[in-house]
Write a protein that binds this ligand. Structure first.
Ligand code: SAM
Length: 222
């Protein structure tokens, strides 16, 4: 997969996408992440990317010209263009699985009041929000979406079953995990996990996943 990120703040994306599993995925060629500064497509000597809103009001709006120029230069025939915006459909694990099947993604990150709406109308295939709150700009949101998608690419997780068995994959939360020591400050690991009976462990995990979902995320149960 190729992923181009267009942002005014490349360093915000570079940190999270340059560590740990994301770093290894990039170094091993499983994903080709290119983080671009949108100012590189501005044409005036001040590298301007924003202007005042028509109709008045607070804040600035990102100009269409640099965004159109960047997307038109980077776009390939298979590219899917996403805008990170609090007004988009809320990003879910199912969205991550769907996007992980794409060959080329381009993320546009907004700033200020957002982007000129002609960008949405003419360039964007999909508007994506990472939740019902407002961030100062789209770079953090882009890094979140990129991480969730990249870890689902074949071979990125050490064990590809991890992505099948984790929270949300079956519509529920995952069961609790424990490691050594078996007893810590008076708290014992459940006996079933120490017994080696795989059928009993699977049953316990299914029950615990359901109990945690009911307690923390009853909305997932409909
Ligand atoms: N004026 C916009 C509104 O009320 O819908 C909010 C703009 S926000 C301050 C600036 C930028 O941050 C947005 O253009 C978007 O790229 C990004 N952003 C903020 N919250 C986001 C969210 N929940 N999900 C994705 N991107 C977000």
């Amino acid at each position: 997969m190729r992923l181009d990120i267009l942002t005014l703040f490349p360093a915000i994306c570079a940190g999270p996408l340059g560590e740990s599993m994301m770093k290894r995925a990039r170094e091993s060629g499983k994903v080709d992440v290119r983080i671009h500064n949108l100012r590189d497509w501005a044409t005036d000597k001040h590298r301007t990317t924003d202007d005042m809103p028509f109709g008045g009001g607070q804040g600035m709006v990102m100009k269409p010209e640099p965004i159109f120029a960047a997307v038109e230069e980077l776009r390939t025939p298979e590219a899917r263009v996403l805008l990170l915006t609090p007004q988009g459909s809320v990003f879910k694990q199912a969205t991550a699985h769907r996007l992980a099947a794409e060959a080329h993604l381009i993320f546009i990150c907004g700033h200020y009041e957002g982007v000129d709406h002609r960008v949405v109308e003419a360039l964007v295939d999909e508007e994506v929000s990472i939740g019902d709150y407002v961030l100062t700009n789209g770079a953090l949101a882009a890094a979140v979406v990129a991480d969730a998608v990249i870890r689902l690419l074949p071979g990125v997780l050490g064990d590809d079953r991890s992505a099948v068995e984790e929270s949300f994959s079956h519509g529920l939360l995952e069961a609790p995990h424990y490691t050594r020591p078996a007893e810590f400050r008076g708290q014992r690991v459940p006996d079933v996990l120490l017994g080696g009976n795989h059928a009993a462990i699977a049953k316990w995990r299914a029950e615990q996943g359901m109990a945690r979902t009911r307690r923390n995320r009853p909305d997932l149960l409909g």
